[in-house]
Design a protein around this ligand. Sequence first.
Ligand code: SF4
Length: 352
Amino acid sequence: MNAGIDVLPMSKTIKKPVLEATGLGKTFNLSRAVGGQRRVVAVDAVNLALCAGSTVALVGESGSGKSTVARLLAQLLPASAGVVRLHGEPVHPRTGRQRRRYVGEVQLLLQDPFASLNPVHTIRYQLTRVLRLHGNRSGRQRVEEQLEELLSTVQLHPASQFLDKYPHELSGGQLQRIAIARTLAASPSVLLLDEPVSMLDVSIRLGILNLLATLKQQQELAILYITHDIASARYFADEILVMYRGHVVEQGPSESVTQHPTHPYTQLLIESAPDPARRGRNAAEVAGIGQGGGAASAATPTGCPFARRCPYAMPVCSTEMPAVSAVDTEGHEVRCWLNTPESANQRRVPLH
Ligand code: SF4
């Protein structure tokens, strides 16, 4: 396994992490029938720290491993390597009450609000069930007040209009607000948001992101925001981690990563953002982004995972994984030979 990008120094994050992953890895063993591969490294040595009242965005295309990271943190998948710590304590595979306590603290919000709610139960039933599952023993009158408070928190007024409805009677935006209310019913300290707006109409995405930003501030939530849209990550997150083929290839403060992208893959992600002023094929299409180019692949790759597509690839890129190097003194770091002192001495012989 390759060493991952170091967690930002504590002096940069100020607060202690609520949820922290160190050297997190996941390898899937597949049968020969699946593409002829035996092992697929989906996540390799990822380090991240989620602090109260701040958002870390995990950005990458489909198959880059970002959703697997969320499932590892949510304990839905067993990790192949690494440690997850909640409030500084290592988290082990759990069952029963311990697992319920962890799930209450670390809530996962899924991409598809239509699939995440049970179609045969009313909103009232589904929210009440979560309150009860996570130890709420209040009487019926108090629970009714709490349901109204939850819907008010996600800006669905009046509550009576929504509580007795079934999921199919609500719009996508209303359903995602209900799904958010359901996560809040468990009183979490961490929210893992897996592409929370990608299935919603463009017109309502901003409203949901603004709601999540407000909740982060009001409830001091530590948030992991998973997205393929680096523009929304810049808007919503304090820090960005860019993933490619299971590796974090660049990370740092959102403004710095998006304004001064240093890794060629990050540059291509930014160029792939829709821009009406740009015509024809953009750089991302040329490099295969969005066409499965970033999907995890066979185990034990050598060299930089982006070497096959990188327009700046040098001979060393195919044989040696670049080390992590600092881009600035504010925590912006990158894993690319172009940013190392050695690269200045190399003859840059493009491979493509
Ligand atoms: Fe491109 Fe080499 Fe940098 Fe990888 S290490 S991104 S192949 S220049």
